[in-house]
Design a protein around this ligand. Sequence first.
Ligand code: ADE
Length: 231
Amino acid sequence: MRFDIVTLFPAIFDGYLTQSLLEKAIAKGLVEIHRHNLRDWAADTPHRKVDDRPFGGGPGMLLQVDVTVPCVEDIERMAQTPARKILLTPQGKRFDQRMAEDLATSDRVMLLCGRYEGFDQRVVDLLEPEEVSVGDFVLNGGEVAAMTIIDGVVRLLPGVLGDENSHVDDSFSRGNRLLEFPQYTRPRDFRGHGVPDVLLGGNHEAIAAWRAEQSRIRTKQRRSDLFDEEE
Ligand code: ADE
């Protein structure tokens, strides 16, 4: 799977792309991540301007359509596969596990990271990207949101997680749209806090039933809204 990231701050991704899971997925050839600096598409003037003040007034600066659209068109042509285009914005559709599962079926995704007050509306009108938000809060730009999406998607690609770390039971996942059950490891006792007996008994049916029940209890207490979304 190929990701193309459009950003004014490509270096924000340095640490993230060189950490364990992403680094391994890239080394194994399961994912390619290409960063593109929007400023490289700015007019060849000393300031290489990419933003300007909003017509009608108001605070902040907008990323310009005449820089962004040619940038995206050039990047699109850098590979044969058409890219599914995503523009990160707090006004977008909320990213969730279902969207991650859906994106993981794409061969190529382009992520457009805004800064300042975002993009000129004509970027959206002309390129028709999917507008996606990672939550009801405002970040300083789309970069952390783009990393969130890459992180959620890449771990779903076959071969990225070992079998022993299968994501099927994860909270919100295909195998379990509810919250995950509690888990325990050694020691069996810590400061008088033990481990539920059922987990120590080796009865796999009983363990599965206990986990399913815990999953439902937790979801009811913390996120009862998830019951309405169950398939
Ligand atoms: N850019 C700024 N805030 C954002 C958010 N919540 N989601 C996606 N992109 C953003």
